[in-house]
Design a protein around this ligand. Sequence first.
Ligand SMILES: Nc1ncnc2c1ncn2[C@@H]1O[C@H](COP(=O)(O)OP(=O)(O)OP(=O)(O)O)[C@@H](O)[C@H]1O
Ligand SMILES: [Mg+2]
Length: 241
Amino acid sequence: MLAVAGLCKAFGGVRAVWDVSFAVAPGEILGLIGPNGSGKTTVFNLVAGALAADAGTITLDGRSITRLTPDRRNALGIARTYQHVRCLPHLSTTDNVAVAGLYGARPAASTGAARRAARALLERVGLGWAGGVPAGRLTVAERKRLEVARALATHPRLLLLDEPLAGLNPAEAAAALDLFARIRDEGTTLMIVEHNVGAVRSICGRVVVLNSGEKIAEGAPEAVLADARVMEVYLGERAPA
Ligand SMILES: Nc1ncnc2c1ncn2[C@@H]1O[C@H](COP(=O)(O)OP(=O)(O)OP(=O)(O)O)[C@@H](O)[C@H]1O
Ligand SMILES: [Mg+2]
């Protein structure tokens, strides 16, 4: 579905992403892991189009999207959530989702239709009660769910989740993992950046590991997490549990 080849992005002298290649198959949940600053969010920014690649190609269903703007990529079915959650704080939670529903792969025909779809999505992520609340009043955990609803409102075929469990308690994290599995079962392919190794083990069929911008391992979670080089890069960081 998605193929990334020879992807590079530098910020001044920092090689944030260096010659990274990987592919994502339809229907899988691919984990993207690595220590802090290893380039995970930059990969998401490059795939979603928030940043332009210095080199390399990104193809979706065989078509190059490397030079497309973020809105074009979103219209082709790529949606993402942010590590640092953002919302429109003065708009209602429903309208935060409805705004997203006016864009994307199948934009709603009217504001009313976008609001109806938004309310259904809020139910789905467990925020049905919060539709009328200004989004700025939600807790961080609730905003994380709002981010997922906003991304889903654009009808993604490929959903990129950047540390969706950070700041959630164990019960909230378990509910989020259930939701992600259901989203996948309903036909959306997922890529997840996550430091919670237990979660990665439980939900990801395959994992790509970055270190200092470079891919150092790829494969089934059990094999990758047992890899000596992967263990080493996590030492002094968050050691895999
Ligand atoms: N917009 C930017 N300008 C300058 N440097 C940046 C920018 N974005 C990222 N970097 C740098 O690129 C490197 C990779 O950062 P990135 O945010 O992709 O890492 P990450 O793996 O997502 O880390 P974390 O686990 O902390 O979220 C880091 O050295 C970071 O400081
Ligand atoms: Mg990051």
